[in-house]
Design a protein around this ligand. Structure first.
Ligand code: ADP
Ligand code: MG
Length: 569
């Protein structure tokens, strides 16, 4: 048996790691399962290229919880390590990794700006264990090794009689971490971090019901058998080629990701790029919902099928954080703060790639299946309008497929709208006035009056629409929006035989004063002459600019609006 002293300057790394990573202890399991996965995939590669002359077989990873013995076992059938390799990879690599980590993050690890992926690796086992053992047998024809360490720089390394290839890590769980001996706790962590890892992960067994034999009687119970409880799907949809997936597969994967979502997603976007960065994933447009809980189902970020975080702020543009789905990229630097992330060149490229893919997908639906886009427009418009406001590149693309519905259920692009509205909507200054209603019921009589004049009225009712109208008015020439009940309407509607006009001037003045007193709001103008319908003998208007200003204040003023002001989806 060999004993030795690990060559690190930090005297006892164990308490330090505990201290600095206090909030994130649970990632130890993800790190160990990742190592087990790596070891298995390495063996797969070595057998494939003929360097390891052993049978690869169907290796799995097993997690066992021994509550009585206060131990957690992580067992793999990967390439294993020789004694020499344990010296090198554990005592040198793993420890130096941990030491480097501490050096780098001593002061900042508690800073909430750091993303929850520390890459601490093997050594994170000491966040929950007071003693760790490694029993490992290499695929090479060499005796197995047994390493033990209590987190101090002192370790022991001796021969072991382990016969099967692979590695078993045994954590002796510390008194303050006994919660990790609960099966439900470990099950929950596996579900969170390892649900889509590429090697099957066994956690206990489960009872499976078999079909009844032909000669079974009605009252006979169906036979059952105990089978491995495999907690992951090693080949999730996003790792496959879009050509191999059908609509049903995308919907099925959505339910796999969000088991509590019963509503089908509206559209999906498959991301797949390997140059100049590597990124795969599937994004979904969810159906709009008032349910506040839904916000919890967010886009999940993975690295090589290992869950990292569901906070993708800074990685995808803000307007797309309203989508759901998965992004998997090994090229996103994670040991950094959010602000660094946002400034990172690679991340910027990733973000603009995602924006472009989303725009392209919507454009192709617009071109190939416009009816579908129209049918779902009201459920997705808020995301698109928000994107048009916040990302100039997205605006340029979306301007071609963004739809503007009329009160009668037709949908126009902006270009179509301009063609359609000319010349009836051109005012005396030769400006195209686009009439809209924000509420069909409340503005019913105004809508009817405009329609009676042969005018077209849009139905624009999303909460950020005034910002978008402002943007369209400044980026397009000679257009303006006016709500049906705004004073602009006056310029368009020709006053013909309005009933009111039959009153004498004196009668009109009295009527006007009476109405003004009743309304008691100086920002409204009473226009007795504007309408001729029997149902609405007069009109009350508010200047467009005034009303819009109020609205914009409500949705966050002139600056960019934080998500806090966005409606829940
Ligand atoms: P990393 O995984 O980033 O290399 P770790 O600290 O997690 O760093 O692991 C250090 C090294 O220990 C690994 O690179 C690998 O060589 C070795 N190792 C860890 N776990 C296993 C395992 N289950 N089987 C074989 N080798 C392992
Ligand atoms: Mg590792």
């Amino acid at each position: 048996m060999a004993t030795g002293k690990i060559n690190v300057s930090v005297e006892n790394i164990f308490p330090l790691i505990k201290k600095f990573l206090y909030s994130d202890h649970e990632i130890f399991l993800r790190e160990l399962v990742s190592n087990a996965t790596d070891a298995t995939l390495k063996l797969k590669h070595l057998t494939a290229i003929g360097e390891a002359k052993v049978e690869y077989g169907n290796p799995i990873i097993e997690i066992k919880v021994d509550k009585e013995g206060k131990k957690i076992h992580v067992i793999d059938q990967g390439l294993g390590m020789t004694e020499e390799e344990v010296q090198k990879y554990i005592n040198e690599v793993a420890f130096s990794g941990a030491e480097e980590f501490l050096d780098k993050y001593k002061d900042s690890a508690k800073d909430s700006g750091i993303i929850g992926h520390f890459g601490l690796g093997f050594y994170s086992a000491f966040m929950v264990a007071e003693k760790v053992e490694i029993i490992t047998k290499s695929f090479k024809d060499e005796p197995a090794a047994h390493w033990t360490c209590d987190g101090s720089p002192n370790f022991t390394l001796e021969a072991s009689d382990k016969k099967e290839r692979g590695t078993e890590i045994i954590l002796h769980v510390a008194e303050d971490s006994l919660e990790f001996l609960e099966e439900a706790k470990i099950g929950g962590l596996l579900e969170k971090y390892n649900k889509f890892m590429p090697i099957p992960i066994k956690f206990g067994t489960k009872t499976e019901t078999l079909p009844k034999p032909e000669d079974a009687k009605e009252e006979d119970p169906a036979p059952t058998q105990e089978v491995d409880n495999i907690i992951n799907n090693p080949t999730p949809a996003w790792t496959k080629q879009p050509a191999d997936l059908k609509e049903e597969d995308y919907k099925g994967f959505y339910r796999e990701l969000y088991p509590m979502q019963f509503e089908d997603p509206l559209f999906n976007i498959h991301l797949n790029v390997d140059y100049p960065f590597n990124l795969t994933g599937i994004l979904y447009f969810p159906k709009l919902s008032q349910d506040l809980n839904v916000q919890k189902d967010r886009i999940q970020l993975y690295q090589n099928q290992v869950f990292v975080t569901d906070n993708v702020e800074g990685i995808v543009p803000e307007f797309l954080t309203m989508l759901r789905g998965v992004i998997d990229s090994p090229d996103i630097p994670l040991n950094v703060s959010r602000s660094y992330l946002q400034a990172d060149g690679a991340v910027k490229k990733i973000s603009s790639y995602i924006t472009r893919k989303v725009a392209d997908k919507l454009n192709s639906i617009f071109k190939n299946n416009r009816e579908d886009l129209e049918a779902k427009w009201n459920d997705i418009k808020i995301v698109i309008e928000y994107g048009m406001l916040s990302e100039e590149k997205f605006f340029e693309k979306a301007d071609k497929f963004a739809l503007y519905p009329t009160v009668d259920g037709a949908f126009y692009t902006f270009e179509e709208l301009q063609e359609k509205l000319k010349p009836a909507h051109t005012d005396k200054d030769n400006k195209l006035v686009i009439l809209y209603a924000s509420n069909k019921e409340e503005q019913h009589s105004y809508i009817e009056a405009a329609k009676a004049k042969g005018l077209e009225v849009l139905l624009l009712d999303s909460p950020i629409i005034s910002h978008l109208m402002q943007k369209l008015e400044t980026s397009k020439e000679n257009i303006s929006f006016a709500r049906v009940d705004a004073d602009h309407l006056d310029n368009l509607i020709k006053k013909e035989d309005a009933q009111i006009s039959k009153l004498s001037d004196e009668e009109k003045e009295t009527l006007k004063t009476d109405i003004e007193t009743a309304i008691n709001n100086k920002s409204y103008t009473i226009q007795l002459e504007a309408m001729d319908s029997d149902a609405s003998p007069f009109m009350i208007t508010e200047p467009e600019f005034l009303r819009r200003m109020k609205e914009m204040q409500q949705t966050g003023g002139g600056g960019m609006f934080g998500m806090g002001n966005m409606p829940e989806m």
